[in-house]
Design a protein around this ligand. Structure first.
Ligand SMILES: [Zn+2]
Length: 251
């Protein structure tokens, strides 16, 4: 069933084709090993493995109508694909680990966001991620919408009134940088945001205080950012009643 030419074995393909069930049995394997041993071959298990694999190819060849080299190619491709999938998995895993690590690092850097002040007008230093999270809360959205009722829609800084007919231009990747800037400015001029007069970064206790709210257009809001003027402090704190904070915030 095979030829032995100075240690070279050719595939017993035709002989084994259609016999794979027998070939795969332990009895056959033992017989094969015995015969190979009689011929004085070393490294038996490797030879047996190879013969069995060839027998499998032969059967697959018969069933699929593909040539043995096609099948080997398919096997290589499958292996390559599996490798790629594994690599992608690893990359994903690494990324997840990195995010987790950064989260832990930020926690030590910024603290856990606990407000230790006991008064609503005590100065704080609230990290960006906590502020971002606040703007997503229902608590903020409710307070903001409640405040909006009956308010004149005009920017408290520049007096701009957004054009009610303004429509944001549709996304177009081919725009020039100049055009993009123009459209962005136009968009910013035509939006009104509810701004905290005294920024919540510094006055976390006033984040839901309606005396601390004002309308600003996008442009003025961008310019103001987290700056605090003496006038603003006087204006807001003059109206706010200092209270002891009973609830301690944490994220
Ligand atoms: Zn404005």
């Amino acid at each position: 069933m095979y030829k032995c030419k100075s240690g070279q074995f050719n595939r017993p393909r035709n002989y084994l084709s259609g016999m794979v069930d027998i070939v795969k049995t332990d009895t056959y394997r033992q017989l094969l090993e015995k015969e190979l041993k009689l011929l004085g071959c070393s490294n038996l298990s490797k030879i047996v493995e190879s013969l069995l694999r060839n027998a499998e190819y032969a059967t697959l060849e018969e069933q699929s109508g593909l040539s043995a080299s096609d099948l080997r190619g398919a096997r290589r491709r499958t292996k390559k694909k599996a490798k790629r999938i594994l690599e992608a998995k690893q990359i994903k895993e690494n990324r997840r680990e990195r995010v987790e690590r950064n989260k832990r690092r930020n926690k030590t850097k910024f603290g856990t966001g606990i407000v230790s002040s006991t008064s609503n007008i005590t100065k704080t230093d609230i990290p960006q991620d906590q502020r971002d999270a606040f703007y997503k809360t229902q608590e903020w959205k409710d307070a903001r919408d409640e405040w909006k009722v009956g308010k004149d829609q005009v920017c408290a800084c520049c007096g701009r009134r957004p054009d009610p007919n303004y429509k944001k231009a549709p996304i177009d990747r081919n725009r020039s940088q100049e055009e993009k800037e123009f459209l962005y400015n136009e968009f910013n001029d035509n939006r009104l945001l509810v701004d905290h007069i005294l920024p919540i970064k510094t006055y976390w206790g006033l984040r839901l205080e309606k005396h601390n709210f004002q309308y600003l257009c996008g442009t003025c809001n961008k310019e103001k950012c987290n700056t605090i003027s003496y006038k603003d402090v006087k204006k807001v704190l003059g109206k706010v009643k200092p209270i002891e904070i009973l609830k301690v915030e944490s994220n």
